[in-house]
Design a protein around this ligand. Structure first.
Ligand code: ADP
Ligand code: MG
Length: 704
């Protein structure tokens, strides 16, 4: 067993054909350090060389194909750079043209010696005729030098840099061809034998060999299935186990009183009626925090559904039980807004609310930290700055995280350590996550959903306009402003070139000031490069309706709540992702007046871009948008999941493998039902694998 592990741990440098230079490229570009790492570097697809086809089999978008036939003539055409060798290739069903731009001489010599070939390449249609450039030419009578003379050829993703260093797909294929025979039969199994048997799965060993060099197409699909199975099954097993540990073993502060603060605020200071969904969720949270177990709850609700007030009531319950709370938001603007709103709302109750961010001045920071330690501060609102180690509470009972998708599991774990007994954790997200994704991503959390908007909200009207409609747009903005309303105009941020982004924003600013001349109109600008206090100043001006139009980059994307703003104009809307567009649209339609979202785009759009904008025009429902997004882009791209490393899926696809997600989840629950902490001998492999995956995410001492 250990000898086998050791083999997979062998540094990649020692694989035949690698050496120190390529090893460095592997490590730098793909994080491949060992034999095992390369084994898990799966091809993105295979070309089927297992069949020899006929010319008449060629279809459009058919991809690579292998043919057998004769060369029936060849000539050199063109001069200098346009010089090429064109040959006619025919089998009994038809013919096509083969073209070479390089190595002409070598091919000419080859064709003189021989006329019959097996050729391999990707046909394209050119001037009504099939043609193949630089085909691979295989002598049907000789053994080919390629690792699989017939069969499936793996194709690997590599990078430009790696290619320059000679590590292209073909080179990687040669290396995996060297690797597979060495590791065959020594790859340790991760599933219990009887499970593999019962589900008729390939062994991990067979799967990993066949994913690179499949024996046949059936083996390939079974290999893919086994690897997808492992990814989904273990991810969910880990999540469910974490959840189990949290609920069974980790006690929580028992908040059994709902008293003065909660009741006073509810009776005297709440200016609207809570929606039924809000009431239900508050009850769920109350029950959870009163149970004596630690709460780990995700609160999902579309933009504008009123999550903040739910957080506020939760924090009031903490206060009623003599505990402190904190509320963490992903951007300074959003954190500031929360702080202002909450301190205003709680001022009549005499509670102390403070704000902490990276830009809090030293003297003020010291004062706050003292207040936290003495227990004088009831609620701390802020950014990431809250999770720094020097922020110490006297008695933190509840941590709320707004717009969770910006935070990873690790940051959540950091909050836990803020008290001897971990605080209750409430994470809130407006990114509507489709069910399958939520089940997997947040499998360790309980989920509450606000599925109802506050009364009297009118659905936002979304329109898609082109540049030629700009006058119409300005006219429309004018009418809204005359009614006393305000307008957001958002410009995309392209990370590669922040300068051009600002230029876009500045050009927009000039155009807008020409049509809406100050001082009659107040026009504000906010972008990521501004100092926090300048941003804050502009936001305040807009919040107080001293400016009517706010131009910004996407810094206002999440959370901002200015009910008097009724128009959201998104410039170059085709450059935004769907969930981002939906988030931005959610900045309006928060008061009682009819609101509008105007998507500006150029006329020519990619088909995907057009689909996104059409989706926005056709629905206001965040869940529909999210499902659409998942279909369009795949879950790896869903905002935040990638950066925060929450998903580690290589072959499985949460959108397409929905059934397998559900199946593996049920199976994981079944296993844990019989053996809650994976202590039985038959589950030893499962436990080892999960422990390896969860490394660093949880204190495993609690289950060992
Ligand atoms: P989100 O869920 O997007 O974070 P917010 O909590 O910012 O939404 O709430 C959006 C707006 O709706 C805020 O102005 C808030 O005060 C208001 N609001 C919340 N709940 C209700 C309600 N039940 N009735 C009326 N307005 C509400
Ligand atoms: Mg919010």
């Amino acid at each position: 067993m250990t000898a086998q592990r050791d083999l997979l741990q062998t540094p990649i440098e020692f694989l035949k054909g690698v050496g120190p230079k390529r090893a460095e490229v592997f490590q730098k570009e793909f994080d491949i350090r060992t034999f095992g790492d390369l084994l898990h570097y799966y091809p993105y697809r295979h070309v089927d060389k297992s069949h020899v086809h006929h010319v008449t089999d060629i279809v459009e978008e058919g991809g690579y194909i292998q043919l057998r036939g004769r060369i029936t003539g060849a000539q050199v055409l063109g001069e200098q750079r346009a010089k090429r060798l064109v040959a006619n290739f025919a089998d009994e069903t038809g013919s096509l043209e083969l073209v070479w731009f390089n190595g002409i001489k070598w091919v000419q010599e080859l064709l003189q010696k021989k006329q019959e070939f097996i050729i391999f390449g990707k046909p394209t249609l050119f001037n009504g005729r099939w043609n193949m450039t630089h085909p691979e030419m295989i002598d049907p009578d000789a053994q080919s030098g390629s690792p699989v003379p017939t069969g499936f050829m793996p194709l690997y993703n590599t990078s430009d840099f790696a290619k320059r260093k000679t590590l292209d797909s073909k080179a990687v294929a040669k290396l995996t061809a060297n690797l597979v025979p060495i590791v065959r039969n020594v790859i340790p199994e991760t599933l219990p034998d009887d499970l593999v048997k019962r589900l008729n799965l390939l062994s991990l060993n067979e799967a990993l060999c066949n994913i690179h060099y499949p024996e046949d197409s059936q083996k390939l699909s079974r290999a893919v299935l086994r690897l997808k199975f492992d990814e989904l099954f273990f991810l969910q097993l880990k999540m469910l186990l974490l959840k189990q540990i949290n609920t069974q073993r980790i006690p929580g502060h028992r908040f059994d009183t709902v008293g003065h603060y909660f009741n006073t605020f509810y009776k005297e200071h709440l200016h609207f009626e809570l929606t039924n969904a809000q009431k239900r969720v508050i009850r769920e949270i109350r029950a959870d925090m009163g149970s004596g177990r630690q709460m780990n709850r995700l609160l999902q609700g579309d933009v504008g559904s009123g999550k903040t007030i739910v957080a506020l009531f939760s924090m009031l319950i903490a206060k009623d039980n003599n505990f402190q709370s904190c509320l963490m938001a992903p951007t300074e603007i959003l954190a500031t807004q929360h702080f202002e709103k909450i301190s205003r709302q709680l001022a009549p109750l005499g509670m102390r609310v403070e704000f902490l961010s990276g830009s809090t001045k030293t003297a003020k920071r010291r004062q706050i930290l003292e207040g936290l330690q003495s227990g004088d501060v009831d609620i701390l609102v802020g950014t990431h700055a809250l999770i720094e180690d020097n922020v110490v509470f006297q008695n933190l009972g509840l941590a709320v995280i707004d717009e969770q998708h910006r935070f990873g599991v690790e940051q959540r774990a950091k909050l836990w350590r803020k008290n001897i007994m971990p605080p209750h954790v409430l994470v809130m997200t407006a990114t509507p996550i489709p069910r399958t994704l939520a089940m997997t991503l947040y499998g360790d959390l309980d989920i509450s959903v606000i599925d109802e908007l506050p009364q009297g909200r009118k659905p936002i009207i979304t329109k898609h306009l082109y540049e030629k409609d700009r006058l119409k747009l300005f006219g429309f903005m004018q009418r809204e402003i005359d009614k006393g309303r305000q307008v957001f105009m958002v410009y995309p941020l392209i990370q590669e070139s922040e300068k051009t982004d600002l230029l876009d924003l500045m050009a927009g600013y000039e155009a807008v000031t020409r049509s809406f001349p100050p001082p009659r109109y107040g026009i504000g600008v906010v972008h990521g490069k501004m100092k926090a206090e300048d941003k804050d100043f502009e936001m305040q001006r807009f919040a107080k309706n001293q400016s009517q139009i706010l131009l910004s980059t996407t810094v206002i994307e999440v959370g901002i709540d200015i009910p008097n703003a009724t128009v959201m104009v998104i410039e170059n809307a085709e450059r935004f992702g769907l969930s981002q567009l939906h988030q931005l649209r959610g900045r309006v339609g928060r008061g009682g007046s009819q609101s509008y979202c105007i998507l500006m785009s150029k006329y020519e759009l990619s088909s995907e871009g057009r689909k996104r904008l059409n989706a926005m025009v056709s629905t206001n429902d965040g869940f529909e948008i999210a499902n659409f997004d998942l279909q369009l882009r795949g879950p790896g791209d869903i905002q935040g999941t990638q950066q925060s490393g929450m998903l580690d899926l290589h072959v499985a696809d949460l959108a397409k493998d929905e059934k397998l997600v559900a199946y593996t989840r049920n199976l994981a629950m079944e296993v844990l039902e019989k053996d809650p902490l994976l202590e039985k001998a038959e589950n030893r492999r499962l436990r080892e694998k999960v422990a390896e995956m969860a490394h660093g995410e949880v204190d495993w001492s609690v289950i060992s």
